[in-house]
Ligand binder design. Sequence first.
Ligand SMILES: CC(C)(COP(=O)(O)OP(=O)(O)OC[C@H]1O[C@@H](n2cnc3c(N)ncnc32)[C@H](O)[C@@H]1OP(=O)(O)O)[C@@H](O)C(=O)NCCC(=O)NCCS
Length: 168
Amino acid sequence: MSDRESGSCAEAHVIEVAGRHFTLERAKLQDVPALVSLLADDPLGADRHVDDRQVYEAAFADIDHDPNQFLAVVRDPDGGLVGTMQVSLIPGLSRGAMTRVQIEAVRVAERARGVGLGSAMFAWAHEHGRRRGAGLAQLTTDNTRVEAHRFYARLGYQATHQGLKLPL
Ligand SMILES: CC(C)(COP(=O)(O)OP(=O)(O)OC[C@H]1O[C@@H](n2cnc3c(N)ncnc32)[C@H](O)[C@@H]1OP(=O)(O)O)[C@@H](O)C(=O)NCCC(=O)NCCS
């Protein structure tokens, strides 16, 4: 992966996978409909979708105003949106005041899977965290996503903790 970043997060990063050049950058408001479609195009995501654009735009504004959040969009060489993830920096006092990077809402479009794009996105996310002082990356993944578990294990993630959820 080459990196055109010059200190700020404003510029696109180029990710080269299988001889193709993808770009990774901070999502913009106009990306929201395509992002919502990508998140919904999934056996679990489809059930979690709501039919209200304003809800998503309000959530996007919250994310966009928070300097600890990076909602990433990945585009293919034709400009099509083929990937996303939300990378959150979480400062904390535990583990010697270690900052963590939390990676959630990860999707690679079906047509772009299996060629290394997801792995390259995570390499970028880990580096993004390291550059901001994070010492640990963490995520949760649904118990039913067996292929994703294999993907994360290959990246070095270990199931050392149980993720618990409670609807509020
Ligand atoms: C999991 C995911 C992000 C990986 O991205 P990717 O670009 O396909 O990943 P890579 O090409 O770098 O690595 C491929 C590995 O990903 C995993 N994988 C998961 N779903 C896959 C799919 N539908 N097609 C291909 N690989 C998949 C496999 O472990 C695969 O390894 P394998 O070739 O040994 O089977 C992507 O497949 C995806 O979005 N899947 C559906 C949604 C999902 O599970 N998101 C994670 C939520 S926690």
